[in-house]
Write a protein that binds this ligand. Structure first.
Ligand code: XIL
Length: 371
């Protein structure tokens, strides 16, 4: 496995020599993305599905990325489909894979309006019951992985487009205070994990990102444990907001980290040489904006291959949103990410950083207690 990270041609890893002629964006001399990111102290992550982490797909996930986000495995509906009956299998598998590959894990997600179990959404709860259900959920899940998760998307998608709070099970039942409570409970369960609020359409300066900004400012002023904001960045081809870097900077100036958490750039199918070139320039723009702001910890893509992207199922006629194609071959967008990291130069003050730089916190050696 180590050799995959240190020298093998990506094209050769993928399918053999024949592909060297069909995958011109990868070269034998390519340094894996994760090594480029490590040298700059940045995260390059991907969402994954546990069952798929074998064979070539697993090899690339391990070779190219220094962070994994479970795409679905840690959502409430996945971990507690029946009240009191837990299913940690896929989440455990992803955490174990990450530890075996010296990757950090981004936990996703604890409090959301979607992908909740039906026993929860169909139940009738008093505010007190709802509050303790949420507290127990957070304590149980964050506690289970205490010391093993670098960052949690504690609250996901709390806002409407106009910056008002989204009407959800949580907001309707508990009021806006559910956000501060969730963060406080998560912090108690794992004081070392970085705690984030994550949302979409908050990449540029707009009403929604300003609401998020005001919330974070308020939480900070009240001493609520908030470490960062996640900009999902499910983007449309050619529409990277021009204020992306400015927006990242204003959050950084509040004293929180920023992560690009779910990057993809969807285009109208089928892709063309022109649309793939535009997509590469969009990926480059996102990476450049992040790399320009020290408190932007890095970026994660929402899976790395078009084979497993969520986009075609959710946006009719759209797809090809990721840096590797359906055959796991690197696309121009992959090359754009490489170029962005190379252009950013080494981490300031890092010296040569020849292969020894590490991103994130060290993975804890002690095994999790699973009894
Ligand atoms: C998506 C998953 O990728 C799909 O497999 C699932 O069917 C729906 O959810 N914002 C989020 C992610 O925060 O959790 C979503 O993931 C994509 C949008």
């Amino acid at each position: 496995m180590r050799s995959l990270r240190t020298g093998l041609s990506l094209a050769a890893v993928v399918t053999g020599a024949a592909l060297l002629f069909t995958a011109p964006v990868a070269h034998a001399a390519d340094t894996p993305l994760r090594d480029l990111a490590d040298a700059r102290g940045k995260v390059i992550g991907t969402a994954v599905t546990g069952s798929k982490l074998t064979g070539t797909y697993g090899d690339i996930a391990g070779a190219q990325f220094n962070s994994l986000t479970p795409g679905n495995a840690m959502k409430w509906g996945s971990v507690e489909p029946t009240q009191g009956s837990f299913n940690w299998g896929e989440a455990d598998q992803i955490v174990a894979f990450a530890q075996a590959h010296n990757q950090q894990v981004r936990g996703h997600t604890l409090v959301w309006h979607s992908q909740n179990p039906s026993w929860l959404t169909n139940g009738t709860w008093t505010p007190a019951q709802l509050g303790s259900l949420l507290q127990n959920h957070i304590s149980t899940e964050v506690g289970r992985y205490r010391g093993e998760i670098a960052a949690w998307d504690v609250v996901n998608e709390p806002f409407n487009e106009d910056g008002t709070y989204r009407s959800t099970l949580w907001y309707d039942g508990l009021g806006a205070g559910y956000i501060a409570n969730a963060l406080t409970w998560a912090h108690a369960a794992d004081p070392a994990a970085k705690l984030y609020i994550n949302d979409y359409n908050v990449e540029g300066v707009n009403a929604k990102s300003t609401a998020l900004y005001n919330l974070v400012k308020d939480l900070k002023s009240r001493g609520v444990p908030i470490d960062g904001v996640g900009l999902q960045a499910h983007l449309i081809l050619g529409q990277v907001p021009s204020s992306l870097q400015q927006n990242i900077q204003r959050f950084a100036d509040l004293g929180v980290d920023v992560a690009i958490t779910e990057l993809d750039v969807r285009l109208t199918l089928p892709p063309t040489a022109a649309s793939l070139a535009q997509q590469a320039s969009d990926y480059r723009a996102v990476a450049d904006a992040c790399l320009a702001v020290p408190r932007c910890v890095g970026l994660s893509v929402w899976d790395y291959t078009d084979r497993y992207s969520w986009i075609p199922q959710f946006f009719a006629g759209q797809g090809a949103a990721l840096p590797f194609d359906e055959d796991l071959r690197p696309k121009p967008a992959y090359r754009a990410l490489v170029d962005a990291f190379v252009a950013a130069g080494p981490r300031p003050g890092s010296g040569a950083c020849s292969g020894a730089c590490k991103s994130g916190r060290p993975v804890r050696a002690a095994p999790r207690f699973t009894g």
